[in-house]
Design a protein around this ligand. Structure first.
Ligand code: 3HC
Length: 312
């Protein structure tokens, strides 16, 4: 294999994501920051640490930080319990993770992946701060946004050529896909570096998407989820029948309403709104039931109640 010109040097043994062993491999990026430790941020932090990176995770308050840390703990324990991860590897993964409330802690990072709530103002503020804090002019500033144009976030910085979309899928430790989204100003070098990190270091499969609302996967997935919610809202079919239909009839791993609960109703709503804003097609407009449930805090698994209850 020809070494990538972007690769750094290997300093000691690294972790592989698959088999529970240390392996020697090219380390493209060693110092990683993850901003936000919710459903996606915790998964991204976990896979980055499992792959041998030194990961600093930043949250905005202590409660969210503890919840994120517990999520990573549970996920690693589950992987150990199912025999997919050796205990010592899980321990080293823990050792690779540092949790903090200070964005300033990211000053020496080579790659920062932003995964805060899907709110444009919040993400813009994070990128403006990262631009100020991260010293390395070559550092890659990535976003896991599923709905906000990459170029908008890039323009909050003075280095738009370093800003790129790296869109992971939930649960991140299980699903292999990363969508790579370059804006009109992302440099070819940044794109190559992000691709190499996702594939060579994290072992993910990469597809590329233009900087358009929904990218590839959500542009297909969200209209399907919205259709299921409309079916339920109109009384066409019950939640159980809709989901059973797609699981048993089409061999999907879960039905659309259970999947909306997994993604989070707030996130589904945010993506639907951005798709509707971009394309103005009526089938992309969020159904009122989705808006009302989100306003009521019925966000799915993360709140304990969505289309189904998770309280027990
Ligand atoms: N962390 C680590 N491992 C996990 C996990 C987690 N959070 N959740 C599940 N797993 C592992 C389990 O350990 C298990 O491994 P094993 O088979 O080796 O024992 C395996 O995944 C299957 O898990 P379970 O047996 O508990 O449950 P299921 O077989 O029902 O699978 C599921 C659960 C993986 C969530 C599966 O139902 C699935 O893939 N669903 C579809 C998820 C999906 O479509 N996600 C994409 C959402 S879109 C998105 O994220 C983009 C955003 O922008 C909207």
């Amino acid at each position: 294999m020809v070494a990538s010109p972007l690769a750094g040097s290997v300093r000691g043994p690294r972790l592989s994501l698959g088999p529970a062993t240390f392996v020697d491999k090219e380390v493209l990026v060693e110092r990683i920051g993850v901003v936000g430790c919710g459903l996606m941020g915790s998964g991204i932090a976990e896979v980055a640490a499992r792959a041998g990176g030194q990961v600093i995770v930043v949250e905005q308050d202590f409660k969210s930080l503890e919840r994120g840390r517990e999520r990573v703990d549970r996920s690693l324990s589950r992987a150990v319990a199912s025999g997919k991860l050796a205990e010592d590897v899980a321990e080293r993964t823990h050792a690779n993770l540092t949790f903090t409330l200070e964005l300033d802690a990211l000053e020496d990072r080579e790659l920062v992946i932003e995964a805060v709530a899907e709110d444009e103002a919040t993400k813009l503020a994070v990128f403006a701060t990262l631009d100020r804090v991260v010293r390395d002019a070559d550092a890659l500033l990535a976003t896991n946004t599923s709905s906000i144009p990459i170029i908008k976030l890039a323009m909050a910085t003075r280095r738009p050529e370093q800003v790129i979309g790296m869109h992971f899928f939930n649960p991140v430790p299980v699903l292999k896909l990363v969508e790579l989204i370059s804006s009109l100003l992302t440099s070819a070098e940044s794109t190559a570096k992000a691709r190499a990190y996702a594939t060579d270091t994290l072992g993910k499969t990469v597809i590329t998407s233009p900087d358009r609302a929904g990218f590839v996967v959500n542009a297909l997935l969200i209209p399907y989820l919205l259709s299921a919610i409309r079916m339920l809202e109109s009384g066409f079919a019950s939640a159980e029948d809709i989901d059973t239909g797609m699981v048993v009839g089409c061999a999907h791993p879960m039905g659309p309403l259970a999947l909306t609960d997994l993604i989070g109703l707030d996130t589904t709503l945010a993506v639907a709104e951005s798709l509707y804003e971009e394309f103005k097609e009526s089938h992309l407009a969020p159904p009122p039931l989705l808006s009302r449930m989100t306003q009521a805090g019925l966000l799915g698994r993360k709140s304990g109640q969505g289309f189904y209850s998770y309280r027990s």
